[in-house]
Design a protein around this ligand. Structure first.
Ligand code: SAH
Ligand code: SF4
Length: 362
C-alpha cells in the first residue's frame, strides 16, 4: 500500500496481442496511430454502441480493416446476467486472459430511464477490508483503460440506456480505483469527452477506501470526477481493524485530504458508512462521525449502507432500531444523511458482494 512499492498488479495486463484497445483511445490517439479517416468520427463510432452493426462500430471497410490489424477491438464478453427482483442486473464479464469481473446495471425507477452503472476497476482488491467479499478474494490484477471502457460499452450495448445523458457511472464495484488511477483516469477522460458519451464529471463518482496519496493525485487531474469515501468506522482502532488502509492513512490524515479537495461549484463529497451490527452502530459512533465530518456535515452526502452479509465475512446487518437511532442522532447533529437502498442483494450484486464466481464456488 505504501506509495513507493511497485506491486505486481501495478502492471496493467497486456492488451490482447500487445495492441492498444480501440475503446481506450481518444481522437488524438487515432490520428497519432495513422487511422485512415477522421479521428473524431472513428472515436464517436467506437463510443456509441447503440449504432454498432453486428457487434462492431459502424465504420467504412477501410477503417474496420485498419482497426482489425492495428488495434484490439474485443469487448469484455458478457458471460452471465443475473436479474434482481428490484430491476437491477448483475453482469459477469469475461476478459481476454480468462479473468472475470462483475458490474451492476441499476435503472433508477421503472418510469425514469436513468441508469447507474456500478463498475469494477480491478480483478479483486488488495485493500483487504474484512467486511467485503471482493477484499476476501485478494488482488489478481488491474483493469486496463480499454477493459474499463469496454465494460461500460458492453453493458450499454446489452442493456442500455440509449441516451448518454441518462447514464451515471460509479466506481463502486470490484477494486480500489485509486490503486489503478492511471487507467481509471484515462477511462474517465474517454467517458467525459464531448465527442464520445460526454458524461459530465458530476455523473462519474470514484469511491475510495481512503487511499490518501491517490486522493491527492486525483485532486490535481482534469477532468476530475466526484469523490466518495468509504469511512465505515469512527475511531482509528475500529477502522484499522476492519480497513487495513487506516494503518497507513488514519482518520485525521484522511480528513485533512478531504479538506484539501478542490470542490467545484455544487460539487458534493459522499461519505459512505457501512453499518455493521455491534461494530460501528452506536450513538457514540454517530457523535464521532458528525464530529469527524465537521463543517462537511451540512453540505455533503452521508450515505449509510446496511452491511450486506456474505460467507466471507463474520459481520451482520444492523438491528433496525439501532439504525434508526443512529440516523436520528446524525440528523439532530445537522448531518445530511440518507440510508442507501441496497440493489441486487438477491443476486449477490449489492455493495461488497461482488466476487469472481470461481472464488464463490471455492
Ligand atoms: N474500493 C472502493 C469501491 C468499491 S467498494 C471503496 O472501498 O470505496 C464500494 C462500497 O461498498 C464501499 O463503500 C464499501 O464500504 C462498501 N461495502 C463493502 N463491503 C460491503 C458489504 N459487505 N456490505 C455493504 N457495503 C459494503
Ligand atoms: Fe477493496 Fe473497497 Fe472491498 Fe475495501 S471495500 S476490499 S477497498 S473493494
Amino acid at each position: 500500500m505504501a506509495e513507493s512499492t511497485l506491486h505486481p498488479w501495478d502492471r496493467p495486463a497486456p492488451e490482447r496481442a500487445g495492441r492498444p484497445s480501440a475503446y481506450a483511445l481518444l481522437p488524438a490517439d487515432f490520428a497519432a496511430l495513422g487511422a485512415p479517416g477522421r479521428s473524431e468520427h472513428i472515436f464517436t463510432q467506437c463510443q456509441h454502441p447503440w449504432a454498432w452493426v453486428e457487434g462492431r462500430p459502424r465504420l467504412s471497410r477501410e477503417i474496420r480493416e485498419w482497426m482489425a490489424s492495428s488495434l484490439d477491438t474485443a469487448l469484455p464478453e458478457i458471460l452471465e446476467r443475473h436479474a434482481s427482483e428490484d430491476g437491477s442486473t448483475k453482469v459477469v464479464l469475461g476478459l481476454a486472459d480468462g479473468q472475470r469481473i462483475e458490474a451492476v446495471h441499476m435503472p433508477r425507477e421503472v418510469r425514469n430511464p436513468r441508469v447507474t452503472l456500478c463498475l469494477s476497476s480491478q480483478v479483486g482488491c488488495a485493500m483487504g477490508c474484512t467486511f467485503c467479499a471482493t477484499g476476501a478474494m485478494g488482488i489478481q490484477r488491474n483493469l486496463t483503460a480499454g477493459e474499463i471502457v469496454g465494460q461500460v460499452l458492453a453493458l450499454l450495448k446489452e442493456l442500455g440506456p440509449e441516451k448518454p445523458h441518462q447514464i451515471t457511472l460509479v466506481f463502486m464495484g470490484m477494486g480500489e480505483p485509486l490503486h489503478n488511477l492511471e487507467h481509471v483516469h484515462r477511462a474517465i477522460r474517454v467517458f467525459n469527452h464531448p465527442q464520445g458519451l460526454n458524461i459530465s464529471t458530476k455523473r462519474i463518482t470514484v469511491s475510495t477506501s481512503g487511499h490518501v496519496s491517490g486522493i491527492e493525485k486525483l485532486a490535481k487531474l482534469a477532468p476530475r470526477p466526484w469523490l466518495a469515501i468509504s469511512l465505515n468506522a469512527t475511531t482509528d482502532e475500529a477502522r484499522s481493524a476492519v480497513m487495513p488502509v487506516n494503518r497507513v492513512w488514519n482518520l485525521a490524515r484522511l480528513r485533512h485530504a478531504l479538506a484539501e479537495w478542490p470542490l467545484g461549484a455544487k460539487e458534493k463529497l459522499t461519505i459512505e458508512y457501512v453499518l455493521m451490527d455491534g461494530v460501528n452502530d452506536t450513538v457514540e459512533d454517530a457523535n464521532r462521525l458528525a464530529n469527524w465530518m465537521g463543517p462537511l456535515r451540512e453540505t455533503h452526502n452521508l450515505n449509510l449502507i446496511r452491511m450486506n452479509e456474505h460467507a466471507a465475512s463474520p459481520f451482520k446487518e444492523p438491528v433496525e432500531a439501532r439504525l434508526e437511532a443512529f440516523v436520528a442522532r446524525l440528523k439532530a447533529l445537522g448531518c445530511f444523511v440518507t440510508v442507501r437502498k441496497s440493489r441486487g442483494r438477491d443476486v449477490q450484486g449489492a455493495c461488497g458482494q461482488l466476487i469472481r464466481e470461481e472464488s464463490r464456488r471455492r
